[in-house]
Design a protein around this ligand. Structure first.
Ligand code: ADP
Ligand code: ASP
Ligand code: MG
Length: 402
C-alpha cells in the first residue's frame, strides 16, 4: 500500500463528465489499497472568469480581496469532486487550504508555502477517507486566505506530497506529459520519458507552464517522486527526477514566454554605480528583472535595457520616472512586443556551438534577435512576439527532436 498524491488541473475537471472521469480514476487508485490525497484546481477557465468579474467592479481591487475571490474556484471543484466520489460509494472528504493548515507568507497573489500542518489530512487518511484538497490556496499569519500564483495547484500538490512523505506525486493534465516543446505550438514535439529536476525547473521558469516552477523547485528540495500524465488516457507520462540517464539529446526542450516587457533607459551617464542605482531601486520595490543589456558608452553616456513581466511594466516605468532627477537619464522607452524563446538542456555545458545552432535557425527564418542571455543549461533570446511561435518551431526542427 502506498500513499499517493494526485493533482488534477482545471481542464481535467472542466465539466460534470470530466469530474466523474476523475472520480473514477481516483477510486481505482483507492481500490488498489492505496491512501489517496487529491489536489484539484478550479474548473476550466473559472480563475480567469473570476478575474474578469473583479475587473468589472474594481480593476484596482486589493490583492487580499483578489485572493479571497480566486480561492473560491478551487472550493467549487473540491466539493463537486467529493460529491462525485460519494456517488460512486466511497468515503471522501473535501478540505480547503486553511483546513489542512497550509501556511504561507503574506505575499497575496503570489505566496510561498512556509509549512503544512498535516494533522487533519493524516486523521482523515487514518479513517480511510479519500482526501480532496483545494489547490492554489493557503492561509497567512493574519488568518487571511492567500493564493500561490497562477498555476500554483501543482505546488500545493508537491508540498503536500513532501509534508506527508508520499510515495509519489502524480500531476494529471490535458497532455500526456512533458514534451520537447508545447505540443500546442509544435505539433511534432516529442514526449520525454524522463527529465531532470534542473531541466524541468528551467523549462517551467522559461514559460513551459505544464508545471508551476515552484512545484519543481520543491520536488527537487524534498526529493518528491514526481510525474506528469494525462487525465484523459492511460498513457505513460513523464517522470521528473534527480539525475537523468546520460542522454543523447543535448537540448531537452524549447520554451516560449509571452509575458515579457522590455524597458530601455536611454542616455544615462556612463560611470561606475549607475547599474547598481537602477537595479537596487527596482529590487527595493520587489520588481524581478530578467535579461539585462548595457550598450557601449559613447560621449560619456550609455543605454541600459532590461526585461520584466508585463504586469510590472507600468510600476517599473513609474519608479524610474519618479527618480529621473537622481538617475539623470534622458528618456525611458518600453514595449510589450517581445517574447522570450529559450532552449534548455544540461548537456549544453560540455557541447560548444549549441547557442550558435539556435541562432542559425533564427537566421534561416529571418527572425531578428534583440537580446540574448545564457546560463549553463539554457540560452534565451528576445524576439518580436509575432515571430514567437514560428521561432519555437524552427528551433525545434533544427535540433532534430522528432
Ligand atoms: P492544468 O490545467 O492541468 O494545470 P496547464 O494548462 O497549466 O494545465 O498545463 C498544461 C499545458 O501546458 C498543456 O496543455 C500545454 O499546452 C502546455 N505546455 C507548455 N509547454 C509544455 C511542454 N513542454 N510539454 C507539455 N505541455 C506544455
Ligand atoms: N486555478 C489556478 C489558476 O488558474 C491555479 C491552478 O490552476 O493551478 O491559475
Ligand atoms: Mg497548470
Amino acid at each position: 500500500m502506498a500513499l499517493i498524491v494526485q493533482k488534477f488541473g482545471g481542464s481535467s475537471v472542466a465539466n460534470a463528465e470530466r469530474v466523474m472521469n476523475v472520480a473514477n480514476r481516483i477510486v481505482d487508485t483507492y481500490k488498489q489499497g492505496n491512501s489517496v490525497v487529491v489536489v484539484v484546481s478550479a474548473q476550466g477557465d473559472t480563475t480567469d472568469d473570476l478575474i474578469e468579474k473583479a475587473k468589472e467592479i474594481n480593476p484596482n481591487a486589493s490583492k487580499r480581496e483578489m485572493d479571497m475571490l480566486l480561492s473560491t474556484g478551487e472550493q467549487i471543484s473540491i466539493s463537486l469532486l467529493a460529491m462525485a466520489i460519494q456517488k460512486l460509494g466511497y468515503p471522501v472528504v473535501s478540505l480547503t487550504g486553511w483546513q489542512i493548515g497550509m501556511k504561507t507568507d503574506s505575499h497575496y497573489g503570489n505566496s510561498r508555502i512556509h509549512k503544512i500542518d498535516g494533522e487533519r489530512i493524516k486523521k482523515e487518511l487514518d479513517s480511510n477517507h479519500i482526501v480532496i484538497v483545494a489547490g492554489f490556496q493557503g492561509i497567512n499569519k493574519y488568518d487571511d486566505i492567500t493564493t500561490l500564483g497562477r498555476g500554483g495547484s501543482d505546488t500545493s500538490a508537491v508540498a503536500i506530497a513532501a509534508a506527508l512523505h508520499a510515495d509519489m506525486c502524480e500531476i494529471y493534465t490535458d497532455v500526456d506529459g512533458v514534451y520537447t516543446a508545447d505540443p500546442r505550438i509544435v505539433p511534432n514535439a516529442k514526449k520525454l520519458d524522463s527529465i531532470s529536476y534542473d531541466e524541468m525547473l528551467e523549462l517551467a521558469s522559461l514559460g513551459a507552464n505544464v508545471l508551476h516552477n515552484r512545484s519543481v523547485e520543491m520536488a527537487k528540495k524534498y526529493n518528491v517522486n514526481l510525474s506528469v500524465r494525462s487525465s484523459l488516457n492511460r498513457n505513460e507520462g513523464t517522470v521528473v527526477k534527480e539525475v537523468n540517464k546520460v542522454e543523447k539529446m543535448i537540448v531537452r526542450g524549447v520554451a516560449r514566454d509571452n509575458d515579457v516587457a522590455r524597458i530601455s533607459i536611454c542616455n544615462i551617464e556612463d560611470k561606475p554605480g549607475m547599474a547598481f542605482k537602477v537595479f537596487s531601486l527596482l529590487a527595493k520595490n520587489k520588481i524581478n528583472v530578467d535579461i539585462i543589456l548595457q550598450s557601449i558608452g559613447r560621449d560619456g553616456m550609455k543605454d541600459i535595457s532590461f526585461t520584466v513581466n508585463e504586469g510590472n511594466l507600468e510600476k517599473t516605468v513609474e519608479i524610474l520616472n519618479e527618480n529621473k532627477d537622481s538617475l539623470n537619464f534622458e528618456e525611458i522607452k518600453s514595449s510589450t512586443d517581445y517574447s522570450k524563446v529559450s532552449i534548455v538542456g544540461s548537456g549544453m555545458v560540455n557541447n560548444p556551438g549549441v547557442a550558435c545552432t539556435m541562432f542559425e535557425a533564427l537566421y534561416d527564418a529571418d527572425i531578428n534577435i534583440h537580446m540574448i542571455s545564457t546560463s549553463e543549461i539554457k540560452v534565451s533570446v528576445l524576439i518580436n512576439k509575432k515571430n514567437a511561435d514560428r521561432a519555437v518551431n524552427v528551433i525545434h526542427d533544427k535540433f532534430n527532436f522528432a
